[in-house]
Design a protein around this ligand. Sequence first.
Ligand code: DAU
Length: 243
Amino acid sequence: MKGVILAGGTGTRLHPLTRITNKHLLPLYDRPMVTYAVEALVAAGLTELMLVTGGTHAGEFFRLLGNGHDYGIDRLLYAYQEEAGGIADALGLAERFVDRDKVCVMLADNVFEDSLEPIAANFASQAKGARVVLTEVDEDEHLRHLGVAALEGSRVTGIVEKPESPPSRFAVTGVYFYDDQVWDMLPTLTPSARGELEITDVNNWYVDRGEMEADVVTGFWGDAGESIDAYYEVNDFVRRMRG
Ligand code: DAU
């Protein structure tokens, strides 16, 4: 299975910090944000990775990660997203790298306490389809800023992006697993109201086929790009864990 880390976008919710650098290069305690996603995928057993980024600071990722060997990566490729066209648009740049392999996609602003290794193993033995990582979130206001999944057992029956009335407490985190059907599906997407190709539309394509499974993590999860408060909450968690 290959790994794809998405570190493009404009990071507007962290302006003005992200006017002078890429969001995923901002510090989380003692290291740039993107290194937590790298570490999470390597710890899950993925050693062939592609990093997708964009904007004016793309070269800094190369300086930080180099060929990836210091991070335990065997093969690290880079792709440049010309415009912030959405998460699914960024994923499309990884098609030739992933080829017909399975893929684990991780948003570079996500931080997990739990290891993703057992979840990657679940997907490795899943015959076909896709898998998402969920986490329980208590506050409706928080759920309104995320994708939220409805479930029947471990099967996902629908995902609503940033719902006014959340259909459950299960938020969709920024880790997604896909089989090779994703490459035939991506070109059929059309931009959402905010002008982006949405990862939730990709996920619901699998949901509609009854091919979307889920795992729920119980340890800390944070999206450090969600707001400046979320950024500091994730910083506090990482500092407690590593300090
Ligand atoms: O973090 C979890 C949430 O991530 C999910 O609950 C949502 O369902 C999912 O849509 C996503 O929501 P966000 O509003 O947080 O997505 P955002 O636009 O902040 O993009 C998240 C990451 O994706 C960003 O840190 C880098 C990458 N990205 C984003 C865009 C728009 C790209 O690489 N290129 C892009 O064009």
